[in-house]
Design a protein around this ligand. Structure first.
Ligand SMILES: Nc1ncnc2c1ncn2[C@@H]1O[C@H](COP(=O)(O)OP(=O)(O)O)[C@@H](O)[C@H]1O
Ligand SMILES: [Mg+2]
Length: 230
């Protein structure tokens, strides 16, 4: 199976010196294309640090990271931003939508940054996507006029629209009630199964873990279970 992302012996140390924090300690992990995995572990175990490094928002202190086969450690900031815009979609705990943009415009903005879709083709990509997530009728609403679950669906659409190699979601349901959380995760599982979208999300909700095929367990910056058989 091809790798969407690989970490080889990745460590991330914050505040090197006497008070250093080893947020990731020699982590090796392969996320395969088409896989759906959850990174789980107690608060402070390194989930966000790992997702930030896989998503090229942060760089490791040591070790190697490959995204869709491409090495990303040591490349320039500019190139990193380019890789990120082409290959990675992000979904955040607090949605991070642009408040003055409508749902449609928030999704369109991701396509604009990605840069390869002609403006005239955007609508035919965005509207079916919003429809498939059940929010087509909310296309002209701003985030402040939507519920948390609706806003997170817009964020999912924004992450999906450029068809990235992988989608990273850091505690995407932490600000949602349990019923909405389950429905959001079920939608991600469906996108994974039907469209082959590669998802990595972090959570500490046991109910959500049940729904996710591969569960990677982190403790004190180390992988204690990589979620694969054997
Ligand atoms: N920017 C930072 N500066 C210093 N320490 C940090 C920073 N980010 C994370 N840490 C520390 O790294 C460890 C892992 O944090 P994090 O990856 O946020 O864990 P999780 O997402 O599992 O709660 C924690 O001890 C945290 O305090
Ligand atoms: Mg975190």
């Amino acid at each position: 199976m091809q790798a969407a992302a690989t970490c080889n012996h990745v460590s991330r140390i914050f505040n090197p010196g006497a008070n250093e924090v080893r947020a990731l300690d020699d982590v090796s992990l392969t996320i395969h294309k088409g896989e759906m995995s959850a990174i789980v572990g107690p608060s402070g175990s390194g989930k966000s640090t790992l997702l930030n490094i896989i998503g090229c928002l942060d760089t490791p202190t040591s070790g190697e990271v490959l995204i869709d086969g491409q090495g990303v450690v040591g490349v320039s900031k500019k190139e990193l931003a380019h890789i990120r815009s082409q290959k990675v979609g992000f979904i955040f705990q607090s949605f991070h939508l642009i408040p003055v943009f409508t749902a449609y415009e928030n999704v369109e903005f991701a396509l604009q940054i990605e840069g390869t879709t002609k403006p005239s083709e955007r609508k035919d990509i965005i509207m079916p996507l919003l429809d498939s997530l059940g929010i087509g009728q909310l296309a002209n609403r701003r985030p402040g006029e939507m519920s948390g679950g609706q806003q997170q669906r817009v964020a999912i659409a924004r992450a999906l629209v450029k068809k990235p190699a992988l989608i990273l979601a850091d505690e995407p349901t932490a600000n949602l009630d349990s019923k909405t959380s389950m429905s959001i995760v079920e939608q991600m599982v469906q996108l994974n199964q039907e469209e082959g979208v590669t998802f990595v999300l972090s959570t500490h909700d046991p109910m959500l873990m049940e729904a996710i095929p591969r569960v990677v367990r982190l403790l004190d910056g180390k992988i204690v279970d990589d979620g694969l058989e054997g």
